[in-house]
Design a protein around this ligand. Sequence first.
Ligand code: HEC
Length: 113
Amino acid sequence: MAKIILSIMLVFSLHAGSDFKTKCLACHHEEAGPDMYNVYLMYLRVHGSNKRVKEAMFNFLKDPKVERSLMKMDVITRYGIHPLLSFDDKELRRLFDSYIELYDVKKRIRITP
Ligand code: HEC
């Protein structure tokens, strides 16, 4: 029984973020857009929590403007400002959830005494 539950959990964890991978990472690689982990870290540094990061990114993507970008100017010069995406609000929020879930710093750091 434990094996079955473990397998089910594994399938779910492999699936997590796959939508985000096809819909966001399609651009977010070296040739077409900035690395998503660096983007997340920059937003986290400025906004301080995953919840606020999601809200700030949501507001930016709904109305991308150079003056509201958190990227350095060379990123904008290299790739241009963010294209408007055609996802509805619900879908966009769902994609942010998978995005942050995948890169969440809380899962990546270990504090040892
Ligand atoms: C059509 C290509 C494309 C797609 C699809 C795309 N991005 Fe981007 N993204 C870019 C480019 C180019 C930049 C760099 C320009 C900028 O920051 O405005 C960027 C930058 C960003 C930034 C930094 C914004 C800033 O400037 O402060 C965030 C956040 C972001 N993308 C989130 C997402 C998420 C989440 C998705 C999926 C829902 C996504 N992007 C899908 C091209 C894309």
